[in-house]
Design a protein around this ligand. Structure first.
Ligand code: SF4
Length: 278
């Protein structure tokens, strides 16, 4: 199991970064750039779907800049599981969001060792695929998603992944979170913020969102005020922060640089509601 301790608090060796973008999808076109790790990407005005989704600008939370700067400082060593496991592939996205990150990463590692190509996945029977991804939550359903998504990629997308959020979301088991992350990692297009359970929870705790019930609510609220230059980095920053410090249960507030500027810092763990720990 990967370390969940940050060298900000105790010094540990970083694991070698693994490529995230190179996993899974078939690389058909040589002139299409794929990224191995999220890096800052300029917003593309020509991405119609992003423009269509833009909501009215909202006022930014008062302390967001200080809070984000603190998170960057606490995440500077990039020692979280997300930094080393790179849960940013389509097959990762098909994994159950309530499954622990380490379990998902281990399942992906087994899939890659098995050979994570379309033809190989399609040639693998469901029982073997299930064995490879178990104990990811709802693994039987995920096997079905992986198989059907692979068939759809082969039949309708020339063995590549779609280059639009709508196209990605049309694949079985792929939702907006993975679609936006895939657009950034695979197609160099910044179409939106990838909001998973960590981003959803931490944004609420920091006061960056108000009464956001679902990750999609969080995404829309964040995109209404967070400057675009932070969109590409915020997912990985907050996911790692959520894995190491601002954990679903018992966040380490006393160790957190945000304790003086976080509205949730003084909450007892009983007051950090179950709804935040999805
Ligand atoms: S102070 Fe606590 S709740 Fe607030 S961001 Fe830090 S760890 Fe999370």
């Amino acid at each position: 199991m990967a370390s969940t301790s940050s060298p900000y608090f105790q010094s540990e060796e970083n694991s070698t970064k693994k490529s995230a973008a190179s996993r899974g999808a078939n690389s058909k076109s040589q002139n299409r750039k794929r990224r191995s790790q999220p890096v800052p990407i300029a917003y593309e005005e020509s991405v119609g779907e992003a423009a269509d989704e833009l909501v009215a600008a909202a006022p930014a939370p008062a302390k967001w800049e200080a809070q984000l700067a603190n998170i960057k400082l606490m995440r500077a060593d990039k020692s979280a599981p997300v930094d080393n496991m790179g849960c940013h592939t389509l097959a990762d996205g098909a994994a159950e969001p309530k499954t622990k990150d380490e379990v998902t990463a281990a399942a992906m590692a087994r899939l890659r060792r098995h050979g994570c190509t379309l033809d190989n996945i399609l040639a693998t029977d469901n029982a073997e695929l299930g064995r490879l991804i178990y104990p990811v939550g709802f693994w039987k359903k995920k096997v079905d998603y992986i198989k059907r998504a692979s068939q759809a990629l082969k039949d309708s997308h020339s063995g590549d992944i779609p280059d639009s959020v709508a196209g990605l979301c049309s694949l079985p088991g792929v939702g907006p979170k993975m679609a936006h992350i895939a657009m950034r990692c695979a197609w160099d297009r910044l179409t939106g913020i990838g909001v998973d359970t960590h981003v959803h929870r931490i944004a609420a705790r920091l006061g960056w969102t108000k009464k956001a019930k679902e990750p999609e609510d969080t995404r829309k609220q964040l995109e209404a005020w967070l400057p675009r230059e932070h969109w590409s980095e915020v997912n990985q920053l907050l996911v790692g922060f959520g894995q190491q410090l601002c954990t679903p249960v018992n966040p380490r507030c006393s160790d957190c640089l945000n304790k003086a500027v976080c509205p949730s810092a003084k909450l007892s763990k009983a007051k950090i509601s179950k709804s935040e720990t999805v």
